[in-house]
Structures are given as C-alpha cells and as structure tokens.
Ligand binder design. Structure first.
Ligand SMILES: Cc1cc2nc3c(=O)[nH]c(=O)nc-3n(C[C@H](O)[C@H](O)[C@H](O)COP(=O)(O)O)c2cc1C
Length: 363
C-alpha cells in the first residue's frame, strides 16, 4: 500500500494528512493536540470556553455583569496557558485552534491565538467572514473555514478576495450526517445524502477548478481508518479531520469517565439533540440527552456566561446552557452533561496512546 502523502496548509507541512478535530469543551486541549502534532498530524486545541474550568473563573459565583466580563477575560488567559502548554509539549509540531464564529469573544480568541504563535485557525459554527482582518498582522497563520456546501465556500472566497486579497488556506468540509458536535445542517435536513462528503467534496473540487483556485480540502465526519482516508482522497480531499476516534486516547484531555463512556457506547447510542445554538448536535444517549430530546421541564434554563452571540437559553429561556452541559460531561459527570460524539461511537476497542493510534491509522 502506498504511504500517505504529507499535507500542506499555508506555510505548514504535516507529515500525515490528518487533522485532529477541535473538540469542546476541553476534550481536545494541549495534551491531545500536542500528542497528535508529535505523531505527524495537526493538533487542534478547542478554544471554546476554556475559562470555565480554569483558575481564572468560578462558575458558582452569583450571576451578574462583572462575572460575565470575567468569563471572557478568563477564556483569553486560559487560552494563552493552553497554547503555551501545547507548544512546550510539541515545540516543532503543527498546532491550531478551533474557534466558533458564534462565540461572543470570537475576535479576542482569534487575535490572542495569533499573537501566541498558533500555526492555524480552524473556524466554523457560522461563516468566518472577518477572520483575515483579525489575523492581518500574522500572515504565517493559516486560515481554515469549516463549510458544509459549495455555496458557503463560494461566499467566503468571494468576500475574502474582494476585501482582503486572499482566499482560505484550506477548507474543512464536514459531513453533518456523521460528524460529532454541532452540525452544519438543519434538523430536517439530516439524513439527506446530498449533504454527504461523497457529494459535497466533488462539488467543491469542481468549483475550485472552475475558479482556478488551488485550496486543499479536508474531509471530516465519520472517518475512522486508513480505508476511509483513502476513500476521501480518491474523491479529491487532500486530508481528513478526525474527532471521535481521538477521544479514546490516553492524551485526550477529558475525564477518564468521559473516555470510558465513549469506549462502551454502542452505535445505536448515538442521538441527535437540539442545541440552544439553534443547530442540531450529535451526541451519546444518557440521562441528559434524553431530557433534551423529551424537552423535559427538569432542564435548567439558566444562562451561565452569555457566551454566544445568539442563544435560545439566554434569549428565549428555552433549551439549556450549552457550555455548562459540555463542561459537566468533560469533567466526568457523564449522566448530567452533554457527551458529543460522531456516528462512529463504540468502534474503539480500548483507550490507547495517540502515537499508537496514529501509527495504526496511517499504516
Ligand atoms: C466531543 C466533540 C466535540 C466537538 N466540538 C467541536 C467544536 O467545539 N467546534 C467544532 O468546530 N467542531 C467540534 N466537533 C467536531 C470535530 O471537530 C470533528 O470535525 C468531527 O467530530 C469529525 O467527525 P468524527 O467525530 O466522526 O471524526 C466536536 C466533535 C466531538 C466529537
């Protein structure tokens, strides 16, 4: 079998065409990102709400304006810590962050990461239309939007070229029918095969050919092994982004109970929940996700930190606080927290070191 090619994104060349997907909150932190980068892939720190579980913020404090301002400051300080920790563990690896456009402090997070010498920024949950502006002083930082359709890619290329004279350094194309976390499709669109990467990647390849743009495409969602990678490369991807498979590793930053919950999950434990972000999310069945699916009155509808630009919990007192639910799960309360997962849950046989997992995937 041919060995996998390297992957160039902007000025950065990874030995293997594998990006570990950013997973919030604190599922992919410094440890996981550095381990992947040291194994020849690209390691991504999820920059979502890092302040929550940091020395800079106490979620149990009473509600109030001061506390919310402190939350954003805590996010920034905790992000600096996380990037420095990852860099200390992987001095020469390629490290990135994943930042969500819908986060209130998106601009600060992106600017901070660039100042801290991050190599690339992957950005979704909204179109990152102003990303080049926030990183203008750091041209070496590669910018990678997440898109689900050719149309979204076109809007970004058009606007970035006109306004900033550049195009994205790569696109992550995520399959909403299999990826974990928040999905780039509406609830009623899920299951539509037209949204599968088998359809959307060739469409994007055509678009890039028509417009003469040479932008690598990274396929995400449902990728598990070398055969999946080869399949994505055959339809025009230059690399893949893998999330769920990296959860069951020693270095994954989540609590061991979170990893074991993933390890023991079955394929039919994967469910779709409506998130206050206004998008569906793919997660594992537990007491919490069952409460969300049943729209149970027991769900706490208190906004903890005003973290999102648009949120049903804060604006309509519906749903639940997404960061509180994700944080609770990451810290090991896997019954009362939200455990995001891709459709591949339950396929891991054991928790293993990242280096071993990477060797297995690329073999
Ligand atoms: C636990 C978990 C948390 C995630 N959090 C984020 C996130 O904060 N931002 C984001 O853009 N994608 C997030 N994702 C999506 C991943 O980065 C990745 O693209 C996706 O999971 C790929 O599909 P796979 O899990 O089938 O490999 C998350 C996925 C999981 C499983």
């Amino acid at each position: 079998m041919k060995s996998l090619p390297s992957l160039q994104i902007g000025q950065h060349i990874a030995r293997y065409p594998i990006i570990q997907g950013g997973m919030g909150i604190r599922i992919s932190g410094a440890r996981l990102a550095a381990a992947v980068a040291n194994s020849g892939g690209i390691g991504i720190i999820s920059a979502v709400a890092l302040g929550l579980n940091s020395p800079y913020f106490d979620i149990t404090q009473p509600n109030g304006r001061k506390r919310r301002e402190q939350f954003f400051d805590a996010n920034r300080l905790a992000l600096i810590d996380e990037i420095r920790a990852a860099r200390a563990l992987s001095p020469d690896g390629i490290l990135g962050i994943n930042a969500m456009v819908v986060a209130q402090d998106y601009e600060t997070i992106v600017r901070t990461a660039a100042e801290e010498g991050i190599n690339l920024i992957i950005s979704g949950a909204g179109l990152p239309l102003q990303l080049p502006e926030y990183t203008a002083d750091y041209p070496e930082v590669a910018l990678v939007p997440i898109v689900s359709t050719r149309r979204a890619a076109h809007i970004l290329c058009h606007k970035w070229k006109r306004q900033y004279g550049r195009v994205p350094d790569a696109f992550v194309v995520e399959n909403p029918n299999s990826a974990g976390g928040h999905l780039g499709a509406k609830l009623e669109e899920l299951g539509d095969r037209a949204l599968d990467t088998e359809q959307t990647i060739p469409e994007l390849v055509d678009y890039l050919q028509e417009t003469g743009l040479s932008i690598p495409i990274i396929a995400a969602g449902g990728i598990w092994d070398r055969a999946d990678i080869d399949q994505m490369m055959a339809i025009g991807a230059s690399g893949v982004q893998i999330g769920t498979r990296f959860i069951t590793t020693d270095e994954c930053d989540a609590d061991i109970r979170y990893k074991e919950f993933h390890l023991h999950a079955q394929p039919d434990d994967v469910v779709i929940v409506s998130s206050p972000v206004g998008r569906p999310g793919r997660a594992l069945r537990n007491a919490f996700s069952e409460r969300v699916i049943a729209n149970s009155p027991e769900l706490e509808k208190r906004c903890f930190a005003n973290c999102l630009k648009s949120c049903k919990c804060r604006d309509q007192q519906e749903s639940f606080c997404i960061i509180q639910a994700l944080d609770q799960a990451a810290r090991g309360d896997i019954e009362n927290g939200l455990v995001f997962s891709g459709s591949n849950a339950g396929r891991a046989e054991r928790i293993m070191p990242v280096a071993e997992l990477m060797a297995e995937i690329v073999a």
